[in-house]
Write a protein that binds this ligand. Structure first.
Ligand SMILES: [Zn+2]
Length: 247
C-alpha cells in the first residue's frame, strides 16, 4: 500500500525544486541567497527548504532539506541549512497556518517598488490590480534578519494577507500550493516591471478606480486554476530541458 505521507513529500520536493528552477530562468533570483519552503505537517513544524548558497538553477528534489522544528538535533546534522532562513520560515509556517508555501525574493523591479516612499504596488493595470488592498507592507527594515523575533514580527505583519512587500528589501509571498505561490510571485514582479516602466516615463500614472481594481483582484481570485496551469506548463518545459530537477 502506498504511503500518502511519502507521496506528499515526494510531490512537494519536485514542485519546490521546479519553482526554484523557474525563478532562476526568470532571472528573479539573488545570487545564491533567498529561500522557498513548503510545510509538510499541518502545524507547519516540518517543512522543506532549499540548501544554503546553492544556486536555484541547480537544485534537485533530493537537495531540499527537511527541517523539523521539534527536533533541533536534526538541524545540527545539516551544515547546508541556512539558519537565517530556518528561523524566519519556521516562524511564519508555525504562526500562519494558511502559509503552506513561503517564497522570499529580491527581484529587481519588485525591490525598486519596495524602496520608494511609501513602498507600494499601485493598481494601474491587470497585473498590479491583482494585489489591490491585498498586500501587507513592512516599513521597518533593520538589516539582514537572523532571529526568531524577526520571523515572528514578519508573521504578525502578514496578518490575514498572503503577501508582504518588505520595504527596502523585497517580497514574501505565501500560498496554499507551490504552483499558486510561484505564479503569484512571478506576476508580482511582472506588475512591478510595468509600474516602474510607467513611472520612468515621467508622466503621471493613470490609476484604476478602486471599483475596477477591486473587481480585477476578485477576478484573479476566481481563476486559481490559471496559476496552477501556468506552473504545470512551466514544469513541462523543465521536463524537456532540465528533467534532473525531479531527481
Ligand atoms: Zn531577503
Amino acid at each position: 500500500m502506498l504511503d500518502q505521507t511519502v507521496l506528499d513529500e515526494t510531490r512537494a520536493r519536485i514542485d519546490l525544486a521546479a519553482a526554484l528552477r523557474m525563478t532562476a530562468r526568470a532571472n528573479m533570483h539573488e545570487a545564491v541567497a533567498n529561500h522557498y519552503s513548503v510545510a509538510l505537517s499541518p502545524d507547519g513544524m516540518r517543512f522543506l527548504i532549499n540548501p544554503k548558497w546553492m544556486h536555484f538553477a541547480r537544485v534537485r528534489a533530493s537537495d531540499l532539506i527537511l527541517v523539523d522544528m521539534n527536533d533541533p538535533d536534526s538541524q545540527m546534522r545539516r551544515p547546508d541549512l541556512d539558519t537565517t532562513a530556518q528561523v524566519i520560515h519556521g516562524q511564519v509556517h508555525a504562526r500562519c497556518p494558511a502559509a503552506r508555501v513561503i517564497m522570499h525574493l529580491h527581484p529587481v523591479m519588485t525591490t525598486a517598488l519596495a524602496s520608494i516612499d511609501p513602498p507600494q504596488m499601485p493598481a494601474i493595470d491587470q497585473n498590479s490590480a491583482r494585489y489591490f488592498n491585498r498586500l501587507a507592507v513592512d516599513l521597518h527594515y533593520g538589516g539582514m534578519a537572523n532571529s526568531e523575533e524577526e520571523g515572528a514580527r514578519l508573521a504578525s505583519l502578514l496578518g490575514d494577507k498572503s503577501r508582504l512587500l518588505m520595504g527596502n528589501h523585497g517580497i514574501m509571498i505565501t500560498a496554499a500550493t507551490v504552483g499558486e505561490a510561484w505564479d503569484d510571485i512571478y506576476t508580482f514582479d511582472r506588475a512591478a516591471q510595468i509600474v516602474v516602466g510607467a513611472m520612468s516615463t515621467g508622466r503621471p500614472l493613470k490609476y484604476l478606480s478602486d471599483e475596477a481594481a477591486e473587481q480585477t483582484a476578485k477576478d484573479w481570485e476566481g481563476i486559481a486554476s490559471f496559476s496552477i496551469r501556468h506552473f504545470e506548463e512551466m514544469k513541462l518545459i523543465l521536463d524537456k530541458e532540465c528533467p534532473d530537477y525531479r531527481d
